[in-house]
Ligand binder design. Structure first.
Ligand code: SAH
Length: 478
């Protein structure tokens, strides 16, 4: 086989980025825009020893799961990867992926998984779910300002102004900002030259409060005609916070360090509700969060409520427990847990997130949480290995009833896992955004004396290849 060869390929699997995967003469091929069930003619675009990358030359027989995507720009835009796959099949694909990883990497048997896995939790309406959007700004070929998204794997801006994953308010805001740029001749940023001013438009929307935040990321220290922008934006119902963020670095990182509020509040408020895990209806327990432009906040609030409510249910709290919440971010899970636990200890590596966690605890009048900045694999062992005389509180910290973890994609550090085992909590709740590292870590915990009791996948990112999971481990009585 050589580059540009054309060959038949049946797509039998999909990768995390939604690329189709098929085998031809012992080689594995990854093909963008090909879906499970497609029979295609592929063109080889890049070849390695045992695998290669292909392009769809022709769809010979379309997958039965193919649908007409709602977004006409979905193939060009880098945002959605599997919009052409029916939503039911997206969910099946994600559930299968979790199951396969738990079997292949975690070494769990089909029967074991049959007994513990609950059906994947999807969205009723898998569109307009995102509460945050960041639009790069540039010029189109007529020299008019455009805002949109980057094309897959490039920095060309495609004018996707009414992205169907975001709220309809986004388009209204983008139109106002572009008109203002034209009226006051405010230049868009030019990435190749490092010149111009407006780099990105960041919009956040509180799903429960309907509060809106707009933050312009600029390549400069001040915003000319800022008051004129405010006058236009504040007419939009729900507008709560208008700011600019200074980023003069030539980097792909969107936000710079300093943010200046020019109208309204420096943050918006939103609530996350606890849900009844039987039917995911809302209970009356809600936690309020202040969200500033820089805060980390889950982007799919509806699914987050379902995921965290399930994590809380798995934790099995009665009010007496002490709990560690590792990788706690702004304390979203910790604050939920605190309502049903005696004491919650959160650990997170980003200092600003811990500041947010502390102020969110205060905002909700929560007094039984304590937050620590640092790596989970350092903070936890430091507490465990402390050999000083013990009072009851520190003994509870060394031997908590429950440990919850929600690590980034690379999973937990080994030293973190071995310390968790040494602490011997009754239950471990593992929330994961990568089922491969989840499977690897679960194997270590199960071999260390725990039993996998429950596992459930959640679709947080419809139309992408990503899937979240929550699992419950119970200590074996030995
Ligand atoms: N549970 C949080 C966020 C989880 S995302 C929420 O509900 O919002 C994973 C978090 O782990 C991120 O906030 C990241 O900053 C943090 N993190 C990454 N590596 C870490 C480490 N080694 N120790 C502690 N926290 C870490």
């Amino acid at each position: 086989m050589k580059k540009n060869d054309i060959f038949p390929l049946t797509i039998t699997d999909m990768g995390v980025d939604g690329e189709g995967i098929g085998k031809y003469e012992g080689m594995t091929f990854f093909v963008k825009d090909a879906l499970i069930g497609d029979k295609i003619l592929a063109r080889a675009v890049k070849l390695k020893k045992h695998y290669g990358y292909g392009r769809v030359e022709k769809i010979v027989e379309a997958s039965p799961y193919r649908v007409e995507p709602l977004c006409p720009l979905h193939r060009r835009c880098g945002g959605c990867q599997i919009q052409a796959l029916s939503y039911e099949e997206q969910l099946q694909f994600k559930e299968r992926k979790v199951r396969n990883n738990l079997m292949r990497i975690g070494g769990f048997s089909e029967e074991e998984l049959e007994a513990v896995m609950e059906p994947i939790v999807g969205m009723e309406n898998p569109y307009r779910y995102r509460n945050k959007a960041q639009f790069p700004v540039g010029y189109d070929k007529n020299g008019e300002p455009v805002a949109g998204f980057y094309a897959a794997r490039t920095h060309c801006i495609i004018p996707v102004e009414d992205c169907l994953l975001g709220v309809p308010e986004n388009k209204v805001i983008l139109d106002v900002v572009k008109d203002w740029m034209k009226a006051y001749q405010i230049p868009a940023y030019d990435e190749s030259e490092g010149s111009g001013l407006i780099r990105h438009i960041l919009i956040r929307y509180g799903f429960t409060t309907r509060e809106i935040m707009v933050c312009l990321v600029i390549n400069g220290d001040s915003l000319p005609a800022g008051q004129e922008l405010v006058e236009r934006l504040k007419k939009i119902p729900g507008m709560t916070s208008i700011s600019y963020n200074v980023n003069c670095e030539r980097t792909n990182v969107i936000l710079g360090k300093s943010t200046h509020c020019i109208w309204g509040m420096p943050y918006i408020t939103d609530y996350i509700h606890l849900r009844n895990t039987e039917d995911f209806s809302v209970t009356d327990t809600a936690i309020a969060y202040h969200i500033s432009p820089q805060s980390f906040y889950q982007v799919n609030p509806l699914q987050t409520e379902k995921l965290y409510s399930t994590a809380l249910e798995y934790a099995g709290l009665t009010g007496k427990e002490s709990v560690w919440d590792l990788y706690c971010g702004i304390g979203t899970i910790s604050l939920f847990l605190s309502r049903k636990a005696k004491q919650v200890y959160g650990v997170e590596i980003v200092p600003q997130a811990i500041e947010d966690a502390k102020s969110n605890a205060k905002l909700n009048g929560i007094t039984n949480t304590e937050f620590f900045v640092g790596k989970a694999e350092e903070v936890l062992p430091a507490f465990y290995e402390k050999s000083e005389a013990e009072d009851e509180a520190s003994s509870k910290m060394r031997h908590p009833d429950v440990i919850v973890v929600d690590p980034p994609r690379k999973g937990c550090d080994e030293h973190c896992l071995s310390t968790m085992l040494a602490m011997r909590p009754e239950r471990i709740v593992y929330v994961s955004c990568d089922s491969a590292t989840l499977a690897r870590d679960l194997r270590i915990l199960v071999d260390g004396g725990y039993e996998l009791r429950r596992a459930r996948a959640f679709d947080q990112f419809a139309h992408s290849g990503h899937v979240e999971c929550v699992t419950l481990l119970q200590r074996k009585n030995t």
